[in-house]
Design a protein around this ligand. Structure first.
Ligand code: UD1
Ligand code: UDP
Length: 388
């Protein structure tokens, strides 16, 4: 059996890698050596637990307020020792975090083929998102197989002169994970959330964590939420707070005394997808949430000036609104009070996948390693004329 080492470290990587791990484990061609860096801890473990994944290796590198360079160096050093011991035939990295770049460089330097999942996303601004845009570009340079979620991401790679024969369009595995988990309809551990969703209350789901929004911009997001909570007493604002202390310090002071703002710990993925399905509006700076919410027909206001995920913006269900406090207040108010504006955005569209991305991923890996052939590319237009 060929030894494949999926490497991941943060919550979004874990969610998007889980369907691939499951598909590899089901295949007789591969031995799957799940390796986590522990860039995240609680938020990573929540996901592995939900999907029943027990990593073989855990570098456990996390430190409070860790720096990018400490994550990078500890990951490279830790993985290098594992590569020497396990001798994987290929590694898989997913997305754009520091774990991804470190994993890709460490494998490349040992001559191990790198498979990059969610390849080709580009904002075309190297400082935003920071450092993720650079991480994606660096990882593309050292990867042997580029698994692009959409044709837009494939085209970005081709513009950078990546060999087209090494690119496969798979769809995004986040849709595989979402479709499977949202069906489970798991109960909320938090009684308030269970009550609010069961009672059919009007809910706005909010997440924020981007490094470039931390500080002044995030304090402004907090103030905008406080003003919205006062202006819309019938609406409940749900904020599962990221574990990063820098995020909590900026975001929470303005809202902690508001009775219609529920600040919670990070929700386990099953609970989060249920909240997404229950929410009327989603306000976020997350990448993954931008991909999931459109599939559930939820209007998404993205607190960023650009995005590497233009597909749902083009489809009209995602709107980029930046981080200005007044603008956030105005845009959320419009969606809560103007039915026509709401209906215009609330269309279920799924440009990011059809739930079969993991199958395409494993077939492409088999082709790379000479034990199979790839499947036809994910084609969103075909999906539109032939929905799943
Ligand atoms: C990281 C990724 C970002 C991704 C995000 C997903 C980089 C540079 N950033 O950002 O691309 O969007 O994950 O959430 O790779 N912490 C905990 N427990 C946890 C997770 C985090 O305590 O389970 C705290 C720690 O104090 C840690 C801090 O959060 O030092 C920041 O974590 P880090 O992974 O460095 O950055 P994120 O902002 O989470
Ligand atoms: N998510 C979750 N619980 C939460 C908030 C988010 O499970 O409390 C999931 C969400 O559904 C998405 C992923 O985490 O799949 C996004 O992670 P995050 O926003 O941390 O990172 P990004 O996608 O921006 O890199």
């Amino acid at each position: 059996m060929l030894k494949i080492m999926p490497i991941y470290g943060t919550r979004p990587e874990a969610i998007k890698m889980a369907p691939i791990v499951k598909a590899l484990e089901a295949s007789e061609k591969f031995e799957c050596i799940v390796t986590v860096t522990g860039q995240h801890r609680e938020m990573l473990d929540q996901v592995n637990e939900l999907f029943g994944i027990i990593p073989k290796h855990d570098l456990n590198i996390i430190k409070p307020r860790q720096t990018l360079n400490s994550v990078l160096t500890k990951t490279i050093e830790g993985l290098d020792a594992l590569f020497a011991k396990d001798q994987p035939d290929a590694v898989i990295v997913q997305g754009d975090t520091t774990t991804v770049t470190a994993g890709a460089l460490a494998a490349f330097n040992r001559g191990i083929p790198v498979i990059h999942v969610e390849a080709g996303l580009r904002s075309f601004n190297i400082f935003s998102p920071f450092p993720e845009e650079a991480n994606r570009k660096i990882t593309s340079q050292v990867s042997s197989l580029h698994l692009a979620p959409t044709s837009t991401s494939r085209d970005n790679l081709m513009r950078e002169a990546i060999d087209p024969a090494t690119i496969v369009v798979t769809g995004n595995t986040v849709i595989d994970a979402l479709l499977e988990v949202v069906e489970r309809k798991v109960p909320f551990k938090d009684e308030t959330l269970e009550y609010l969703t069961e009672e059919g209350k009007r809910l706005v789901l909010v997440t924020s964590h981007r490094r470039e929004n931390q500080g002044d911009a995030m304090r402004g997001i907090g103030r905008a939420l406080a003003r919205l909570a006062d202006a819309e007493p019938e609406v409940h604002f749900i904020l599962p707070a990221h574990k990063n202390p820098a995020v909590r310090e900026a975001l929470l002071p303005a809202i902690q005394d508001k009775s219609n703002v529920a600040v919670t710990e990070p929700l386990a993925y099953g609970e989060f997808t249920r909240m997404l399905a229950a929410a009327e509006v989603v306000l976020t700076d997350s990448g993954g949430v931008q991909e999931e919410a459109p599939g559930l027909g939820k209007p998404v206001l993205v607190m960023r000036d650009n995005t590497e995920r233009p597909e749902a913006v083009d489809a009209g269900t995602v709107k980029l609104i930046g981080t200005n406090e007044d603008r956030i207040f105005d845009e959320v108010s419009i969606l809560l009070n103007d039915r026509a504006a709401y209906d215009e955005m609330a269309n279920a569209v799924n440009p990011y996948g059809d739930g079969h991305a993991a199958e395409r991923t494993v077939a492409a890996i088999a082709e790379l390693l000479g034990v199979g052939t790839r499947m036809p590319d994910f084609d969103v237009e075909e999906l539109a004329s032939n929905p799943v």
